[in-house]
Write a protein that binds this ligand. Structure first.
Ligand code: LRH
Ligand code: MN
Length: 426
């Protein structure tokens, strides 16, 4: 299924006038405050987020999985679904593949389809947290950290194979997330596990070419529930420093213990030039992989405020990899991803409204109240007309969810794919 521009223009037509009124009102009031509205719109249009190939079907938990029907059952259909998201939002111009869930069968065909839909291949993800059929070694007791040399070698080779797949697709980064850890005290020697992981990552790093990045994702727990080898930003940073200048930390928003100050972590990793990218989602308790901005939108805004400051003041930090990592248990996956893309754009737009110079002066004067006033003035601004304008100028939908529904996309996908197609992934 492909959405063509005039279908989107038709869905926009009835809302064009009210959009223009809202936009004119907002841009006039922002211009009076000295805000360069056009530069914000350009930054929103250039902010492309990679869609996780493993989150285009129904997610599920150990307690159950409820399908949405019309799910993509192969990589071609997954790329088509990312194409639908990009046609409507104009901010989903990339896909992040997970291997072996999404090994391309025909590289030139898949690259042709992706470029026809203006989709790039972002970071590729390795998987040493599941055993593959006919695999010689098991990852039950770990992969890169395993006490078994043979298991570590198998895991290292898998990561090098994933880099090869990424190279053929034009990807420029490998994301490594390890489930490695322990469920009970005494089960692991923490130092041996960490040292094995460090040595294994350094072996993988040998396969990372100069224009590539190695992104090391941390997580405090699950599926191991007593210790995780790469448990937090500190462990990821130490391993990235040990590997070298092409290795960076990857911040998955759901991979923090309750009440962690993620915006401070993001700020310091940028200062150290070691922040490589994000897996955006939201959570109430654990790694819930919920819709971005659905639980803690102010926390997301504060993270983007640090990102905007860092992108202006930390040239030592590379361009960041922006990716979503979510799982859909009760929402249509495409509607859920559209809402996440909107929340990311909204948080970024609000953060771009923060007058960083005014904030810096208030901070230097320890004017605590004024600091909060400056932040919350931006946060309390309804920036949605800017997001709509950014999309409209690029041929996107004024309201992607409304367009998705009025174009009856899910039912068209069900007609095309039937009710029993199941997507690989989580
Ligand atoms: C681990 C994680 C990681 C992926 C997986 C699908 O929780 O966030 O990024 O490999 O989800
Ligand atoms: Mn993740």
């Amino acid at each position: 299924m492909k959405i063509v521009p005039n279908q989107i223009q038709d869905t926009n037509s009835k809302d064009l006038q009210s959009h223009q009124e809202h936009f004119d009102f907002l841009s006039n009031s922002l211009s009076k405050k000295g805000v360069n509205v056009n530069s914000i719109i350009k930054k929103l249009q250039d902010f492309q987020v990679a869609i996780p190939s493993w989150a285009l079907g129904a997610g599920g938990t150990r307690f159950g999985r409820f399908s949405f029907f019309g799910e993509p059952s192969n990589l071609e259909q997954k790329i088509e679904d990312v194409g639908i998201l990009h046609a409507l939002t104009k901010t989903a111009g990339a896909v992040s593949l997970h291997i072996p869930w999404d090994i391309p069968q025909d590289y030139s065909a898949i690259k042709e389809l992706a470029s026809a839909l203006d989709i790039k291949f972002d970071a590729v993800n390795s998987n040493t947290f599941q055993d593959q059929k006919n695999a010689k070694e098991s990852y039950k007791y770990g992969s890169l950290s395993s006490t078994s040399e043979a298991v570590r070698q198998q895991a290292i080779q898998h990561n090098l194979d994933v880099i090869n797949i990424g190279n053929k697709l034009g990807s420029k980064a490998l994301t490594v997330w390890l489930a490695d850890g322990s469920c009970f005290p005494g089960q692991n020697n923490f130092q041996t596990a960490f040292q094995n992981t460090q040595d294994s990552l350094k072996a993988i790093y040998q396969g990372v070419s100069d224009d590539w990045k190695l992104l090391i994702e941390y997580k405090p727990y699950e599926p191991n529930f007593y210790s995780t080898v790469i448990q937090d930003w500190g462990a990821s940073l130490m391993l990235a420093n040990e590997c070298g200048e092409k290795a960076f930390t990857l911040v998955d928003l759901g991979h923090h213990l309750p009440n962690s100050n993620i915006e401070q972590i993001v700020s310091i990793l940028q200062l150290k030039g070691k922040l490589g990218g994000f897996h955006f989602n939201d959570s109430k308790y654990g790694d819930d992989d919920l819709t971005v901005g659905s639980i803690k939108p102010y926390a997301l805004f504060l993270i983007f405020n640090e990102l905007v400051y860092g992108m202006e003041n930390n040239p030592q930090n590379p361009d960041l990899a922006w990716m979503i990592d979510a799982s859909h248990n009760v929402k249509d996956p495409l509607e859920d991803l559209i809402q996440s893309l909107e929340a990311i754009q909204e948080a970024y737009a609000k953060a771009l409204l923060v007058n960083q110079d005014l904030l810096k002066t208030a901070q230097l004067n320890n004017d605590v109240v004024k600091c909060q006033e400056i932040l919350q003035d931006a946060y309390r601004t309804d920036v949605r007309p800017l997001l709509s304008k950014a999309r409209l100028e690029r041929g996107g939908a004024l309201s992607p969810i409304q367009a998705y529904r009025s174009l009856d996309v899910r039912n068209s996908l069900i007609k095309e794919r039937g009710k029993n197609s199941v997507a690989t992934g989580l």
